[in-house]
Design a protein around this ligand. Structure first.
Ligand code: AQP
Length: 333
């Protein structure tokens, strides 16, 4: 059976980028006949230091966000990564299979580590090994992630291949998982050349799923744009990343194409478009954030849901890890 695996780091509050770029698509995929596994990847989050309390809350907020958006824990498996220790165990094996040279080519490490790569955590460097473990643990055939993760997904195939060759087995699938795309990329509201991030410096650069109507209106009002207003055709958005982003967000929220948005607002001023965008965002997000808040009022129930999801995930993961240990020659008695 086709199987989907994807994750989000609980490294801050959930953003509109995570919603439009990931969760919304996951909900759509759920209705198809695929088995889907969605994970709050807390072990990935700690590759950069996280405040322990904030990490716990962020994990619950992320779970609440997925549930409130329509991920059904009966239909899909929803859990947090650290509750299935097989992820870390398999990642260690992959650390011994992957080559340093491969990791050195990962552009995301370079981006995230910045100029002072010597000071980055070893975990951040080895991140792709853990991601390969996430994917290969479940023999996932579909990995809906953004374009920025493409290199890591490709590395997953290299790791599977080398593992199979090193041990003379045909165990991990080397078929490249489908990167569902092209996914929508939501950009930073203050700088349209950067993506909207949970952990970006200023809160004004992102829409958080838990922002209230006033905040959303204020953030769109202050969002960077240009004096030109909306163009007559989508081609007129070229070279205008902030303008393009606002149109794309409108389209993403309303399940429209940017062409249709432009057709409706051709020539409009930002003073007209931004309030319309804010109203649309509030209309679409308020039901989700209301439900998130309701769910977060009962953290114990979220924890129970995650624990149940982890149990289901372990039922798949344990035999795979056992078999891997056996192939590698790690004694189990
Ligand atoms: N701005 C975005 N537009 C579209 N998709 C996005 N995703 C994240 N930001 C955007 C998608 O959300 C999924 C989970 O991402 P993640 O949290 O695991 O990692 P990230 O992409 O590094 O997210 P952030 O928000 O930028 O976190 P920080 O600031 O902690 O590094 C992925 O499918 C991703 O493509």
């Amino acid at each position: 059976t086709p199987r989907v695996f994807s994750g989000i780091k609980p490294s801050g509050g959930l953003t509109l980028g995570n919603y439009l770029g990931a969760i919304k698509r996951w909900v759509d995929m759920q209705s198809s006949d695929m088995e889907s596994i969605y994970c709050a990847v807390d072990l990935h989050a700690i590759t950069v230091w996280q405040d322990p309390e904030a990490l716990k809350n962020g994990t619950r907020e992320l779970a609440a966000g997925m549930l409130a958006s329509g991920i059904d824990p009966e239909q899909s498996i929803l859990f947090n990564q650290s509750q299935v220790p097989e992820h870390a165990q398999l990642a260690w094996i992959f650390n011994c299979v992957a080559r340093v040279g491969w990791m050195n080519r990962m552009t995301q490490f370079k981006d995230k580590a910045g100029k002072n790569a010597e000071k980055a955590s070893l975990g951040l460097y080895a991140y792709p090994s853990l991601m390969a473990a996430d994917i290969l643990m479940y023999h996932a055939t579909h990995v809906p992630v953004g374009e920025d993760q493409k290199q890591h997904v490709e590395l997953t195939r290299d790791i599977a291949n080398k593992f199979n060759n090193d041990f003379g087995v045909d165990f991990f699938p080397v078929t490249e998982p489908v990167i569902e795309g092209p996914g929508m990329r939501v950009m930073n509201l203050r700088d349209g050349t950067k993506k909207m991030s949970k952990s970006g410096e200023s809160d004004m650069e992102r829409i958080n799923m838990l922002d209230d109507a006033d905040k959303i209106a204020k953030k769109f009002k202050k969002a960077k744009s240009d004096p030109e207003g909306l163009p007559e055709t989508v081609e007129g958005l070229e070279g205008r990343p902030e303008a393009k982003n606002l149109v794309d967000i409108y389209a993403g929220l309303n399940d429209m194409t940017p062409e249709t948005v432009i057709a409706e607002y051709a020539g409009a001023q930002w003073g007209k478009f931004k309030p319309a965008l804010a109203d649309l965002a509030v209309a679409k997000l308020a039901p989700i954030s209301d439900e998130m808040k309701r769910l977060m009022d009962d953290p114990a129930e979220i924890d129970r849901k995650l624990a149940r999801g982890a149990e289901k995930a372990r039922a798949i993961a344990t035999p795979i890890l056992e078999k891997t240990y056996d192939i590698v020659g790690l004694l189990r008695s």
